[in-house]
Design a protein. Structure first.
Length: 221
DNA sequence: CACCAGGCAAGTA
DNA sequence: TACTTGCATGGT
């Protein structure tokens, strides 16, 4: 691959997605806190289920750090039920809220004043906040120029031979950040477009119902 | 029924 | 380092 080739490919990919789908307007959520909570709650979960949970919290006036922190964990878990993994996520939301309280006095605006290079490692120390969730919070709730990589990103890039099968999260993130201008709106739109493409055209694996070995023993996963 | 959904941490070899 | 497993509801 010649010099600048990957950059051309990535910019070409973005152009094609933009042409096909137009602006996606991500992230859904009215406040930075709602965006951050959505990032945690949507881990390995359909957004439709997440939207239900967020709507419920909003209806009860619970979409603020204090109210959520004062809610007993079991109560919080009950409200997260529709999104699945609700016990896990109740703990993870609480971990994030504790961090927000101690680090920025419950203020997402104050948190946003920190530099990306300082804040990203700090977010990654929170139990339950991995690289994708951290980058989602940074890019969409705090408007920091970090690229979000997810399962769709990996699937699309590897299926089209832009990366190898063993490319890590950090490698993919660096790939985008090294070859694109450091612009928050571009990062936001590009990731959203990749998800759009993935949902519609890049399924995880072939359908097993048509497989000739379909009647053999196999795991559901 | 099988498969999927905008991951992560903990355990094992 | 590179797998594997648990976590769980709701839609197609």
């Amino acid at each position: 691959m010649g010099p600048g080739r990957l950059g051309e490919l990535l910019r070409g990919l973005y152009g094609k997605l933009w042409e096909a789908f137009g602006p996606q307007g991500w992230w859904p959520g009215e406040t930075p806190l709602e965006v951050a909570l959505g990032a945690i709650i949507t881990q390995n979960t359909n957004w439709q289920n997440v939207a239900r949970v967020l709507a419920g919290l909003k209806a009860e006036g619970l979409l603020n750090p204090r109210a959520l922190r004062e809610l007993p964990q079991e109560e919080l878990a009950r409200r997260l039920k529709a999104a699945g993994y609700y016990n896990l996520k109740a703990q993870r939301v609480r971990n994030f809220l504790t961090f927000l309280a101690q680090r920025a006095k419950d203020s997402m605006a104050l948190l946003a004043q920190e530099d990306l290079e300082v804040l990203r490692p700090a977010l990654l120390t929170i139990k339950g906040i991995g690289p994708e969730t951290a980058d989602s919070i940074l890019l969409y709730a705090l408007n920091k120029p970090t690229f979000v990589v997810d399962a769709y990103t990996f699937r699309i890039l590897s299926r089209h031979y832009l990366i190898g099968e063993t490319c890590s999260y950090e490698e993919m993130r660096q790939l985008f950040m090294d070859h694109l201008p450091e612009e928050v709106p571009l990062y936001q739109e590009f990731h959203a477009l990749l998800v759009r493409l993935g949902k519609e055209y890049c399924r995880p694996r072939p359908r097993c119902s048509a497989c000739p070995l379909n009647d053999w023993p196999h795991r559901g996963e």
